[in-house]
Design a protein around this ligand. Structure first.
Ligand SMILES: Cc1ncc(COP(=O)(O)O)c(C=O)c1O
Length: 366
C-alpha cells in the first residue's frame, strides 16, 4: 500500500469513528420533552412547549451542530486534523464546541467583543477558543479569514443550516413533535410557532409539514431591528437593517441564506418588551425559565390563540423553548438592563394575564 493509499485508509478509519461517536451521542440522548401549558378547558385549545433547553448543550442548536458536523465530515470538509471555525456568539458556538471536543478537533468561535461572559465561559468549558472582533458584523469575514489561515473549515451555520438538517425525518425537531403529539386530543396542530436566527429550524419544520401533507401552518416570529419580517412582508429578499437584534439567537441584520420565506405561512413582528414580558410570564406561570427568543415565541402564540378564539377555532398549537434562562441573568432577567434599554414590559404582561383570565385580547397601545 503506498503512502496515498494508507493516508486515505487512515482517513476512512477516522471518518467511521467520528460518525460512530456522533451517532452514539444521539443514541445516549433522550428526546426533549413536550410540556403542556394549561389553558382554560372551555377554550378547547391545547398549547405545547417543545423544551430544547434540556439538550446536553442547553439549546435547540444541539441538533443543528450535530447535523453540521455530520454534513462537514460526510462532504470530506472535516478530517482528523481540521480546525473548525464558526461565526457565532451564541448557542451554536456552545454546541459546536461540545461536538468538536467529542471528535478531538480544535474549535474556534469568532464572536463580537460584547459577547456575554456566560456564553464565553460555556464555549471554553467544552475546550473551545473564543476569538473576538471589535465590530459585530465583522465576525463572518474574520471566521472565513481564520479558516483560510489555519487550513480549517468555516462551519457557516447561516449558509448550511437549511442544507445540513434532514427535513424528511431522521428524528428532526418536527418529527419528534409529531411523535409526541400522537396521543393528544388534537395530534395535528393548527400552528407551529418558531423564531428565525439562521432560519434552519423554520425551514426544517416548514418542509416537513409539506412533505408529510400536514395542514398545520407555520408561523415565524421576528424581533425588532430584524430583516426577516420586513423581507417576508415586502418580498424584498435582500432586505437589510444593518442592526443587531436584542433578542439573542433570533432576528438578523440581513436575510441569511438558510431563511426560506416560501415555507412560512405567517410572520409576526414582536416588540422586544413583549418578548421579555412573555418570557417572564412563562416562568411565573409554569416555573420554566427560558431565554428571550422563547418569549418571542410565546407572544406569537398568545396572538394566534386570541385569533383562534375570535374565529371559534379549536385545536392545538406548538412552540419551542429554545434555551434556558440561566444564560441571561444580566439581561432579560435584570430590571436594570430593561431600564437601560427602555423596555417597559408591564403593559405586555398585563395583556397576557388579562387574556388568560378573561379570554379577551387587548394589545397594549403602541
Ligand atoms: C436561543 C435561540 N433561539 C432561536 C434560534 C433560532 O434558530 P434557527 O437558527 O434555527 O433559526 C436560535 C438560533 O441561534 C437561538 O440561539
Amino acid at each position: 500500500m503506498d503512502a496515498q493509499e494508507s493516508c486515505s485508509a487512515r482517513n476512512h478509519t477516522w471518518i467511521a469513528e467520528a460518525i460512530r461517536r456522533l451517532r452514539a451521542d444521539a443514541n445516549r440522548s433522550a428526546d426533549t420533552h413536550l410540556h403542556v401549558f394549561p389553558l382554560p378547558q372551555e377554550w378547547e385549545i391545547q398549547l405545547y412547549l417543545k423544551d430544547e433547553s434540556v439538550h446536553p448543550t442547553g439549546s435547540l442548536k444541539h441538533r443543528l451542530a450535530r447535523s453540521l458536523f455530520l454534513y462537514g465530515i460526510a462532504n470530506g470538509w472535516i478530517t482528523e486534523t481540521t480546525p473548525v471555525i464558526e461565526a457565532s456568539s451564541g448557542s451554536t458556538a456552545v454546541s459546536e464546541a461540545y461536538f468538536a471536543q467529542l471528535l478531538g478537533l480544535r474549535f474556534i468561535a469568532v464572536m463580537p467583543k460584547s459577547t456575554s461572559p456566560e456564553k464565553i465561559e460555556l464555549v471554553e468549558r467544552y475546550g473551545g477558543e473564543c476569538h473576538f472582533t471589535e465590530i459585530p458584523l465583522e465576525i463572518y469575514n474574520e471566521a472565513k479569514r481564520l479558516a483560510e489561515e489555519l487550513d480549517g473549515h468555516y462551519m457557516d451555520q447561516f449558509t448550511y443550516a437549511e442544507r445540513a438538517t434532514d427535513w424528511r425525518g431522521n428524528n428532526n425537531i418536527a418529527e419528534s413533535i409529531f411523535e409526541q403529539m400522537l396521543c393528544e386530543p388534537h395530534p395535528i396542530p393548527e400552528w407551529i410557532v418558531v423564531g428565525a436566527g439562521t432560519g434552519g429550524t423554520s425551514a426544517t419544520i416548514g418542509r416537513y409539514l409539506r412533505y408529510n401533507r400536514y395542514l398545520t401552518k407555520l408561523a415565524v416570529v421576528d424581533p425588532e431591528n430584524s430583516s426577516y419580517y420586513p423581507s417576508w412582508a415586502t418580498g424584498a429578499t435582500d432586505y437589510t437593517t444593518g442592526m443587531p437584534s436584542r433578542i439573542e439567537g433570533i432576528g438578523r441584520p440581513r436575510v441569511e441564506p438558510s431563511f426560506i420565506p416560501t415555507v412560512i405561512d405567517l410572520m409576526l413582528d414582536v416588540p422586544d418588551a413583549a418578548s421579555v414580558a412573555a418570557m417572564r410570564h412563562l416562568e411565573r406561570s409554569t416555573g420554566l425559565k427560558a431565554g428571550g427568543s422563547t418569549g418571542t415565541n410565546m407572544w406569537g402564540v398568545w396572538r394566534l390563540i386570541a385569533q383562534m378564539r375570535k374565529t371559534g377555532a379549536k385545536g392545538s398549537i406548538v412552540t419551542l423553548i429554545c434555551d434556558g434562562g440561566e444564560r441571561y441573568p444580566h439581561t432579560y432577567y435584570d430590571d436594570g438592563w430593561l431600564r437601560q434599554n427602555n423596555l417597559d414590559i408591564a403593559p405586555y404582561e398585563k395583556t397576557i394575564e388579562r387574556f388568560l383570565e378573561t379570554g379577551s385580547w387587548e394589545a397594549p397601545a403602541n
